[in-house]
Design a protein around this ligand. Structure first.
Ligand SMILES: Nc1ncnc2c1ncn2[C@@H]1O[C@H](COP(=O)(O)OP(=O)(O)OP(=O)(O)O)[C@@H](O)[C@H]1O
Ligand SMILES: Nc1ncnc2c1ncn2[C@@H]1O[C@H](COP(=O)(O)OP(=O)(O)OP(=O)(O)O)[C@@H](O)[C@H]1O
Ligand SMILES: [Mg+2]
Ligand SMILES: [Mg+2]
Lengths: 221, 221
């Protein structure tokens, strides 16, 4: 489902240029659950942004579901992302003036679902992350871990075939983190593909495979 | 150094009122290192915001260094906070248009230190969290864990007698998290008082005492 070859990604120019990914290669088969580990600042979120079509690479190839992802318009990227990918961002990226429920419904409404169906599915997903009683709160009225769970619910609500999760349990206590991992395991069992960044060894154990990002390369851990 | 009695803190009104802290009591002696645990949404960050004078309580008493903290002006709170408290926020709260270095210098400049001394201390603190080579980056040019480390450096740079840290290692890999805990242990050894919220059992082990926030109360763990 993911076929990345020889990817180069840099930031900055000239003297201050940083090469984050240095001819990196990364392949994921449909239905896999891959954990991505690596030191702080090594390029994990950068990799996820490329996979999720949030950012573009300088050179190399990225095939998503067999289709080449380079040289498309922003509009095409957004459409593919919305159909195929559920993304949990490291910094949650919730919409501040929307409630938790509105945030979670949004991907479904963007896909053209009816308000009634979107609302029902969003409420169910909020229930699954233990936030039914916070549905009408805005992000500023939620704890750090509650915001993280809303971001998780939003990423999972449209049952996308590829789920990208960037540190989804960093702000959660043991029990809540366990519930989230259980939800991801259920989705994996149902056939979804999951790529998950984590610094937590317990979380990494849920994966079917572990890779490490370091010095610009992606290698088996 | 901290003497909190019978603290009540609520959000919202009427039907949607949430009582986060329900006649909570919390005492910290000078030089202690206290870890605060508890479920997501239980009130840990709310407690820290009250301790750090970022927010006000509805009723009860809070004595910081023997001085009552209720009914002061915002200006007084800011002055006390700047002199006495170093705060690592759960969401980092860095200033987006400042570089890492400028963010870390800021508490010293606010205290009236000369630019030259502030710069030197800020550079040293950035070095201690492993970010000397990122000093001129802005937050948007830093990884999640790097932003977290800048927030830590900023909280520690003025060697405040009370350090409040809200989940300081949530986005850090094992090694970097270990380095941060070592830095906090050094400060504790030098006589600083530390109150630290964490979901990480390994981090909690560094504390001299552990408390738990649950159902609006604070109890020994
Ligand atoms: N816009 C940018 N300009 C310059 N450098 C950047 C920019 N964005 C990220 N970087 C640098 O790229 C490197 C990789 O960042 P990335 O966010 O991918 O790391 P990460 O592995 O996710 O780290 P963490 O575990 O701390 O979240 C970091 O060293 C960071 O400083
Ligand atoms: N402005 C607000 N209005 C209404 N409710 C709020 C507001 N801010 C926080 N809350 C609620 O108060 C409760 C406590 O929040 P707090 O941020 O202190 O939790 P926490 O223990 O830090 O959680 P976490 O471990 O997830 O960071 C949460 O249930 C949250 O929904
Ligand atoms: Mg990251
Ligand atoms: Mg919190």
């Amino acid at each position: 489902i993911i076929d990345m070859k020889d990817i180069v990604k840099t930031y900055g120019k000239g003297e201050s240029m940083i090469q984050v990914l240095d001819h990196a290669t990364f392949t994921v088969q449909p239905g896999e659950f891959v954990a991505v580990l690596g030191p702080s600042g090594s390029g994990k979120s950068t990799l996820m942004n490329l996979l999720g079509l949030i950012d573009t690479y300088d050179s190399g190839e990225y095939f998503l579901d067999g289709v080449e992802m380079n040289q498309r318009t922003d509009k095409e990227y957004a459409a593919i992302r919305n159909r195929k990918i559920g993304f949990v961002f490291q910094k949650f990226n919730l919409i501040a003036k929307y409630t938790a429920l509105q945030n979670v419904e949004l991907p479904l409404l963007l896909k053209g679902e009816r308000q009634r169906d979107a609302r029902r599915k969003a409420l169910e997903m909020l229930g699954r992350v233990g936030l039914s009683d916070r549905a009408t709160h805005r992000p500023s009225q939620l704890s750090g871990g509650q915001q993280q769970r809303v971001a998780i619910a939003r990423a999972l609500v449209n049952d996308a075939s590829l789920i990208l999760a960037d540190e989804p349990t960093g702000n959660l206590d043991q029990k809540t983190g366990h519930d989230v991992m259980q939800t991801l395991a259920d989705l994996h069992g149902a056939g979804n593909t999951i790529v998950l960044i984590t610094h937590d060894q317990y979380v990494a154990k849920h994966a079917s495979r572990i890779v490490r990002v370091e010095d610009g390369k992606i290698t088996p851990a």
